[in-house]
Design a protein around this ligand. Structure first.
Ligand code: NDP
Length: 263
């Protein structure tokens, strides 16, 4: 029996255990998935081995710590320095990032997106912004504070703090901050957010399972919006494929993972 886990702080809200266990149980795969509340990201590697894990997902705020915990980084995670999936390959920790491709899957229904404003400058923002740029999309990033924007300057087209934002038209605005996750905060001051939303067509939040104040405002303005559920599904399917090392069919994984959303 293989054991998998999600590490985060907070982690109690995470649907990942339900999603992965639903796949393992229904497809008779001998594995179990649990959650670990980890406060100190530097303890990730030791905790992973102490629990005898075969693999893990990593959520807020440890994705950059996860990158540092790995012996080898593969695929898109190399470009962004952010890891959300770890596989134990013969005692070596291999890091991947499945968030960005999961998000691309989730916005397919919005059609051709040419420019995006990303709010937030954490690990998720970095992964999504870099992935958008790979597709030739114009990307601006808005963050509460200046510090984290520094490394975005070479990745995206424009970076703004609340003080320097220039309002423009965007096809899509994405909230990647944790504002609204376990509080009722907006990701930026309300009057600024009103202005931003009055100039966009589509709105997406990385947070899932609740109507955040950000999405509520988008809904009140009659905009087309979605929460992070499809991103969660997209990243989860890709992570599960890595966990089972190709032993299960992708369509089956997707079907049972989606079913877990009804539980
Ligand atoms: P990080 O901790 O790396 O980054 C958090 C960012 O949010 C920082 O830019 C920070 O700004 C900003 N922020 C935090 N609180 C506030 C606030 N009250 N007002 C404005 N800005 C704020 O987090 P992650 O990038 O790992 O995750 C971000 C969110 O995305 C989480 O809510 C997570 O649950 C969600 N997520 C969802 C996924 C899905 O599958 N649906 C996948 C991945 C993430 P500053 O720099 O100023 O501190």
């Amino acid at each position: 029996m293989k054991l998998f886990a999600i590490f985060g702080d907070p982690v109690s809200h995470s649907r990942s255990p339900l999603m992965h266990n639903c796949v393992f149980k229904n497809l008779n795969y001998p594995a179990c998935y649990t959650r670990v509340h980890l406060k100190d990201g530097s303890k990730l590697r030791d905790t992973f081995f102490a629990l005898g894990l075969s693999g893990a997902n990593i959520t807020v705020p440890h994705k950059e710590a996860a990158y540092n915990a790995c012996d080898e980084i593969r695929g898109f995670a190399k470009t962004v320095g952010v890891v959300n999936t770890i596989i134990n390959e013969n005692g070596k920790l291999i890091g991947y990032n499945t968030d960005a491709d999961g998000f691309m899957y989730s916005i397919e229904e919005f059609g051709d997106i040419k420019n995006i404003l990303v709010i937030g400058a954490g690990g998720t923002s970095k992964a999504l912004s870099s992935r958008f740029k790979q597709d030739g999309i114009v990307v601006d990033v808005l963050n509460r504070s200046e510090g984290r924007l520094e490394e975005f300057k070479s990745i995206v087209d424009n970076t703004y703090t609340w003080d320097s934002l220039v309002i423009k038209k965007y096809d899509l605005v994405v909230n990647t901050t944790s504002a609204g996750l376990s509080d009722e905060n907006y990701p930026c001051p309300l009057n600024m957010l009103e202005n931003i939303l009055d100039n966009t067509s589509y709105v997406a939040d990385a947070i899932y399972g609740k109507l955040t104040p950000f999405l509520k405002l988008a809904s009140e303005k009659g905009l087309t919006y979605k929460d992070g559920s499809d991103m969660l599904l997209g990243q989860g399917v890709l992570a599960n494929e890595l966990f089972v090392n190709g032993e299960l069919k992708k369509e089956d994984i997707r079907m049972y993972m989606k079913k877990s959303f009804e539980l």
